[in-house]
Ligand binder design. Structure first.
Ligand SMILES: [Zn+2]
Length: 86
């Protein structure tokens, strides 16, 4: 469960739901065969993990959370990106 702000550079504790922003992230965990003898048809589906992340009010005003494949959940600045030079 969420215990503190998802921004690695911030240590704000998760105290109040109405402060900041709560994110619900669904990630597909890669299915790993552990039991070759298993014939459970459901075992072929990738397991879907749902995780919750929270950004404190200050961080939510400046950034959001995105899910990057292979990386996991990371922060993303809300500031508009610099226009491409070309
Ligand atoms: Zn924060």
């Amino acid at each position: 469960m969420v215990s503190r702000c998802a921004n690695p550079g911030c240590a704000a504790p998760f105290l109040y739901l109405h402060q900041g922003k709560l994110f619900r992230m669904e990630s597909e965990a890669r299915f790993v065969s552990t039991t070759p003898a298993s014939t459970d048809p459901d075992s072929k589906k990738p397991a879907r993990r749902v995780e919750y992340f929270w950004l404190c009010r200050d961080c939510a005003a400046e950034m959001t959370l995105v899910f990057k494949k292979g990386v996991g959940v990371t922060t993303k600045s809300l500031a508009p990106a610099q226009p491409a030079a070309s």
